[in-house]
Design a protein around this ligand. Structure first.
Ligand code: FES
Ligand code: MG
Length: 595
């Protein structure tokens, strides 16, 4: 049976920009703004003609190389806007570059969100093109569009071409984790390490693996916030320039139709995105960012929804880090529409409205791939039950585990005990932040073994402002040399979407806000039971009460002082990772343009 299309749409409305440009009741302001916008050559007839004014939120700059290609693409977006009868206003927003911002780029997701909300609310814009790409730039801008709720469409910079080194594919980020193991094991030196990593970035564009960037842009397409087929087009391809033009044209029509984020970002759209994320082997950052977008549009979405709708979905996309290939093959194999077609055929996709005015099902039905090495059939997947598990216990209320990256080696060592299948116990080795980990991990006196569980705390949104991507901890060099390549990891921070570690992460509440990880001590036994979805320290209630009292007397779990004003402001109002790491006061402002 075909799913019913229940989508309701907003009615066409008067142009918002005319309150600035053609408003006799506020003649002073009208005149003042027209006077200045005329500086770049616009005349009365254009500004008062009822043409939609469309913003291009520019995230590309020299400081944000993953999105820098938008400086080129914006020209084509502009032409599309003009050809459809609109006027383009391009403006910069706070830059975010994943790979170099300290202490972590995630600190700035909410800052970019805030900066865009202020522009969209405060200036005469009828719609906006969001220039997405590098990890946090995609959720930050969609969150802002959700808050202000004016017509919005996303366009990503596109992934880089495939990286190659000595005949093998080298994928963004994923090669870093591999190369640092090789360096720790003494197989390569520092200069070779650098060359190996640089080989993964052969062109303009964002990460070419299914890391957080490709995940979030694929999910933006599934949510309906882009034109169909746009997420996977590699940055340098001519098709991407064409997509930029079509995106510019379409946003003008969306303004005329008054097609807004609140029409698109429905509960059905989020459930579709969760389903597709499992099929992609998507990033562990996706639940944080999607839950955040949902909170800003007013849809209740929890980490429990990720397990409920996503866990049983198989992995069908063979991209690094869960698989083998990279962005060029993903695009050639059909990208998001081909993946969604596979899921539609199984009745897993709901008919949610998208930016082109059609539903996701109308856009993708029948778009099956012809490359079965890259997009597997649903019935013969790369891995069954490939979504996230949502665990809880006395260590935290919620933490997720990405099952699609559990290797056969990890499975055999930890999950195949016939007396206790899908469960394991080990000894906690506790690290307070990445500096502590780096200082001690290779020290032979630590005497780590296959039975050790690496636990990282103090790296959540408050403890390490923005939440550090450090939970995927490599094993010590002396174990790597013995062939033990991965130890179980638990932590209250995040890990890169390009990492293939099956860590238990995004633990909430974090140690710094009173989570159970703050009570854990090195040497404690920890039990993980994936059947029961639990993670517990095997410590008596009396002992935990004693530790809790001692911690409270010391003033709680200690964390370093803020280094910038924004760190301090965000720490005071930020929510847990399971809640999307949103600014708590910001989620009160849903759909502010309507009021
Ligand atoms: Fe920017 Fe990966 S570092 S997209
Ligand atoms: Mg990242």
């Amino acid at each position: 049976m075909k799913p019913k299309n229940n989508n309701k749409r907003s009615k066409p409305a008067a142009l918002r920009s005319q309150a600035w440009f053609d408003n006799p009741a506020n003649a002073d302001m009208t005149a003042l703004y027209i006077e200045r916008t005329m500086n770049f050559g616009l005349g009365f007839d254009e500004l008062q003609s009822g043409r939609p004014i469309v913003g291009i939120a520019q995230t590309g700059s020299d400081i944000a190389p993953c999105n820098r290609h938008h400086l080129v693409l914006a020209e084509r977006v502009r032409e599309g806007i003009r050809d459809a009868g609109g006027i383009a206003f391009e403006f910069p927003i706070h830059p975010i570059q994943e790979t170099c911002k300290r202490p972590t780029a995630a600190l700035d997701r909410n800052l970019q969100y805030l900066s865009l909300v202020e522009v969209l609310y405060g200036y005469p814009l009828d719609g906006v093109v969001l220039t997405t790409g590098c990890d946090k730039t995609t959720p930050a801008q969609i969150m802002a569009a959700a808050t202000v709720d004016i017509p919005a469409i996303a366009l990503n910079a596109g992934p880089m071409l495939n990286g190659w080194f000595q005949g093998e594919r080298t994928g963004s980020g994923t090669i870093v984790w591999r190369a640092r193991e090789m360096m720790a094991a003494g197989e390569i030196g520092y200069q070779e390490f650098l060359k190996l990593v640089a080989s993964s970035a052969p062109s303009t564009g964002h990460c070419n693996t299914m890391g957080t960037a490709s995940t979030m842009n694929s999910l933006a397409e599934v949510l309906g916030m882009t034109l169909p087929g746009s997420a996977a087009i590699p940055a340098p391809y001519r098709d991407r320039q064409e997509m930029a033009y079509l995106t510019g044209k379409r946003i003008v029509e969306m303004v005329r139709e008054n097609l807004k984020p609140s029409d698109i970002l429905t509960r059905a759209a989020f459930e579709n995105a969760i389903v597709v994320n499992s099929a992609l082997g998507g990033s562990t950052n996706a639940p944080i960012h999607l839950n955040a977008i949902a909170r800003h549009i007013g849809v209740a979405l929890t980490t429990a929804d990720w397990e409920k709708h996503g866990y049983k979905i198989p992995l069908i996309v063979n991209l690094q880090p869960a698989g083998e290939y990279l962005a060029e093959e993903y695009y050639r194999a059909g990208g998001v529409p081909a993946v969604v077609a596979e899921l539609i055929a199984q009745g897993k996709i709901q008919p949610a409205l998208t930016a082109n005015g059609k539903t996701l099902i109308e856009n993708c039905e029948g778009k099956f791939t012809s490359d079965r090495k890259v997009i597997f059939p649903y019935a013969k997947p790369m891995k069954k039950n490939a979504g996230f598990l949502n665990l809880r216990g006395n260590l935290f209320d919620s933490a997720i585990m990405k099952t699609s990256v559990i290797t056969s080696e990890f499975h055999a060592r930890y999950l195949e005990n016939p007396k206790d299948p899908m469960a394991f116990e080990g000894t906690a080795i506790v690290f307070d932040g990445p500096e502590d980990y780096h200082r001690r991990i290779d020290d032979p006196k630590m005497k780590l073994g296959a039975n050790s569980i690496l636990c990282m705390r103090g790296v959540g949104p408050v403890g390490y402002p923005g939440a550090a991507e450090v939970v995927n901890m490599r094993a010590p060099d002396y174990l790597l040399k013995k062939g033990i390549t991965a130890l179980p990891c638990i932590g209250d921070g995040r890990q890169s979407g390009t990492s293939g570690s099956p860590s238990i992460l995004n633990a909430s509440p974090e140690a710094a806000t009173g989570g159970g990880l703050a009570l854990l001590e090195t040497g404690d036994r920890v039990r993980i039971d994936l059947k029961k979805r639990t993670a517990n320290m095997l410590v008596s209630e009396e002992e935990l009460a004693r530790r809790r009292a001692k911690l409270a007397a010391a003033g709680g779990y200690p964390y370093p002082p803020s280094q910038t004003p924004w760190q301090e402001i965000q720490r005071a109002v930020v929510d847990e990772l399971s809640e999307g790491m949103v600014l708590k006061p910001a989620v009160k402002y849903q759909k502010i343009h309507a009021t």
